[in-house]
Ligand binder design. Structure first.
Ligand SMILES: [Zn+2]
Length: 412
């Protein structure tokens, strides 16, 4: 016979071990001893990160190994939220000569994970007329989380003449599309418009005002002055190609090497400045004096497309490494890789290692050696550090593992 007390004790012991067993099952992957850098949660120290069911399960000092199905030793690496690239063109298709459903765009998974990116935002490659095709063809087929700024031009980036056609820029239809896909469409884009009328800009602003989202201004607006663009933009709106130096837009640094006062004023007003490197959007003769004068970009959008991927831009980690070698401190670089872009697109559920968030994680190493970094003008700076993605996880799944950290060591 057992006394009531003994039964209770046995039951407690059973529950305790059942809970233990449950815990053991719960941790799918345990990342140990990495330097966790998570600005949202103010974490900047050596910690373990446990992942269960695709989510961040625990971030703590020394999480018990016996509870984990698999472990990864991240000693000497930074454990960061997966990177977010807010300027890409990924509406890939087979149409020659265009970005929308065309060959100028790129397939996201081919370029993201190897650069530590888990979320991209497509910068207006689609508009309200072809967004659903984009969704079906690319967004729903990709492991990368693909979000979008919807182009105010109804057909998005489907060739020049269609992009100039104001009659496709339908505010009501665009709002309808945002409301139909509120989790995917994070804002509107205006760009590639060559006439004088401000109608497209005003219409795009109307959509974002009504749907409470940011406007993404991709320049290529040769008739609009920089001053007028910044004047019309609201706090939280984003301008990209911040450090370009081409005839289509006045550069942010003047001919004497000083950042224009109106640019500082725009920042004070709350306008965000994205790098938007691309093929022509990043010049050292702009970016370096700007950095020295305290005018730093908020985010490192790459403007990934067929013409930037093999030129000076290469990938987002290369753009981040440029800034590291130009003198931006590593923590400031990392902040601009994940948490800043998450805030810019008003998606604060992303860009952190918060408990319960999707386990989008990158393990980064800082390589030392001799490296060269090239801008859009073909100029090079020499550097001695380079960021490399060792391991990328998207919703807890290994999607990139450079040196086989999670693989089993082969034995004969
Ligand atoms: Zn672009």
């Amino acid at each position: 016979m057992f006394s009531g007390k003994a039964v209770k004790r046995a039951l407690a012991l059973f529950l305790f071990s059942a809970f233990g067993a449950l815990q053991a099952q719960q941790i799918d992957l345990l990342i140990q001893n990495g330097h966790v850098f998570d600005p949202k949660n103010k974490l900047d120290t050596i910690l373990d990160v446990a992942i269960a069911n695709g989510k961040i399960y625990q971030v703590a000092n020394h999480i018990a190994v016996k509870n984990a199905k698999k472990t990864v030793d991240a000693t000497g690496m930074y454990v960061c939220p997966g990177l977010i690239d807010i300027h890409t063109h990924v509406f890939v298709g087979s149409t020659p000569g265009v970005f929308a459903d065309g060959i100028y765009s790129l397939s996201p998974d081919d370029f993201t994970f190897r650069a530590g990116i888990t979320t991209v935002v497509d910068a207006g490659t689609s508009g309200w007329r072809n967004f659903q095709k984009f969704k079906k063809q690319v967004i729903d087929q990709s492991k990368t989380r693909v979000l979008a700024f919807l182009n105010i031009a109804g057909w998005g980036m489907t060739g020049d003449s269609l992009q100039q056609d104001v009659s496709t820029m339908d505010v009501r239809k665009a709002i309808g599309m945002v409301e139909k896909h509120p989790d995917v469409i994070v804002g509107m884009k205006i760009g590639h418009f060559e006439k004088k009328t401000w109608e497209p800009f005003e219409r795009a602003l109307q959509v974002v005002s009504d749907t409470d989202r940011p406007l993404f201004v991709e320049c290529h607006l040769p008739q609009y002055s920089l001053e007028d663009q910044l004047d019309r933009m609201r706090p939280g709106d984003i301008i990209t190609h911040s450090f370009e130096n081409i005839s289509e837009r006045r550069p942010v640094v003047d001919t004497t090497g000083n950042v224009l006062p109106m640019v500082f004023e725009a920042r004070k007003k709350g306008i965000l400045f994205d790098v938007g490197h691309g093929g022509a959007g990043f010049w050292f003769n702009q970016a370096i004096p700007a950095l020295e004068q305290g005018f730093w970009p908020n985010t490192f959008g790459t403007d990934l497309h067929r013409f930037s991927m093999n030129a000076g831009m290469k990938d987002m980690l290369n753009v981040m490494s440029k800034y590291l070698n130009m003198g931006m401190p590593l923590k400031e670089v990392l902040l601009r890789g994940s948490w800043n872009p998450a805030k810019a697109i008003q998606r604060e559920d992303l860009g952190s290692l918060s408990i319960g968030a999707d386990a989008d994680i990158v393990l980064l190493s800082v390589k030392e050696g001799k490296f060269g970094y090239v801008d859009a003008a073909g100029n090079r700076i020499n550097g001695n550090r380079k960021l490399e993605a060792e391991l990328t996880l998207r919703a807890g799944k290994v999607v990139w593992d450079l040196n086989g950290l999670t693989a089993t060591l082969f034995q004969r």
